[in-house]
Design a protein around this ligand. Structure first.
Ligand code: F6R
Length: 352
């Protein structure tokens, strides 16, 4: 069933080009580029779009929220466990989007039920046909990633990002041709990352690190959080993701020569500012691994470069994430961890 791969996680990382194709199939009209998502045709949110999600899905939600805000649609993002319909304004104008791979996560389900109770319109963005979330919500949009066996979410995260990009396009109506072109070429670009990644070398170089930090800004901040979550889950090592600008407000005290920092330095996410943060950690002796689409611009500031192809700036986070998935995978592999079934974790969390 692992088709020659050592782990389901590795197989699922490599299935991402296909997962993206499945998510896109039939949803971008030729030649005009109009985006249609089933079930959303009559959905025209008048008010706030609120996202509720847990874990990896909350990182996808943060990415989606940023896309919507950039198009002038007001959003709020909540960890589902922190969401209570009485503490935030929820009314008939509110659209509450539950992002949940399994469609069964108890915290997310409770949040969606509360939102429905408060009269909001609800949408499930899920991988699982007929799941509790799909049944609870007024609307449902499937991410179509196919079954994911590894406990660590990989291809489903990418599919959520792509579905949220489509969702944004569908709500906004007139999509930027360069963005649509970027979406169409995304499967190939992810394949390029998979074929050329030097993540294994980086993992080998830092397998003994005390901790791993990930910094990103704007579109890449959610990927920094996700990179750290994946690293924690499957390697059991200390990892944290930060919005790059927050480093100097506390986390910098943790930085030493034995805490490699993965810096997401992509064009379009105010990379000159993040480079300033890179200098702060280098002064403390930390090795820096740049994940970047502009290696000639930032390579000289980094100890290692994990290169990604250039594409639309709003889509580079999707490519950067693939590099980080591979780094976590190879660190966990070197440490001999139970990659597909990390200790203490379950694929679907059905208790609050
Ligand atoms: C991490 C992971 C979890 C899930 C979270 C939400 O790799 O898989 O953090 O993302 O438990 O699960 P869903 O998306 O099923 O609601």
């Amino acid at each position: 069933a692992k088709s020659g791969y050592d782990h389901y996680m590795k197989k699922e990382i490599h299935e991402q080009p296909r997962a993206i194709r499945q998510c896109l199939r039939g949803r971008i009209a030729e030649p005009d580029g109009g985006i249609t998502l089933e079930g959303l045709a009559d959905l025209e949110p008048e008010g706030m779009v609120q996202f509720v999600a847990c874990g990896t899905s909350s990182n996808a939600a943060r990415y989606g929220a940023r896309l919507l805000r950039e198009h002038g649609i007001p959003t709020q993002t909540f960890l589902a466990s922190e969401y209570t319909a009485d503490a935030v304004p929820v009314d008939e104008e509110t659209l509450v989007v539950g992002v949940t791979q399994s469609g069964e996560t108890a915290d997310t389900m409770r949040a969606l039920r509360e939102a429905n109770g408060a009269g909001a319109t609800t949408l499930a963005l899920t991988n699982t046909v007929g799941s509790s979330a799909a049944r609870e919500c007024d609307h449902v949009c499937y991410i179509r990633a196919g079954p994911e066996i590894g406990v660590a979410a990989t291809k489903t995260f990418v599919s959520q990002q792509v579905a949220l990009a489509l969702f944004t396009g569908a709500l906004v109506g007139d999509s930027d041709p360069a963005f649509l072109e970027g979406l169409r070429e995304l499967p190939e670009l992810v394949q390029t990352v998979l074929d050329s990644s030097r993540a294994r070398e980086v993992a080998d170089a830092y397998v003994d690190a005390d901790a791993y930090f990930f910094i990103g800004r704007e579109y890449t901040a959610p990927v920094a959080f996700e990179g750290a979550l994946k690293m924690k889950e499957i390697t059991y090592k200390h990892a944290e993701g930060f919005a790059a600008g927050e480093l100097k407000h506390g986390p910098l005290a943790l930085v030493t020569e034995n805490t490699p920092v993965f810096a997401l330095l992509t064009a379009g996410s105010r990379l000159e500012k993040t480079l300033g943060n890179v200098k702060e950690v280098q002064t403390r002796g930390a090795p820096v691994i740049a994940v970047t689409d502009v290696p000639e611009e930032v390579g000289r500031y980094a100890d290692h470069v994990l290169e990604i192809p250039s594409t639309h700036p709003q889509l580079t986070p999707i490519l950067a994430n693939v590099q980080l998935q591979l780094v976590s995978y190879w660190v966990a592999n070197r440490l001999g961890r139970s990659i597909d079934k990390p200790r203490n974790l379950a694929k679907s969390v059905t208790v609050e």
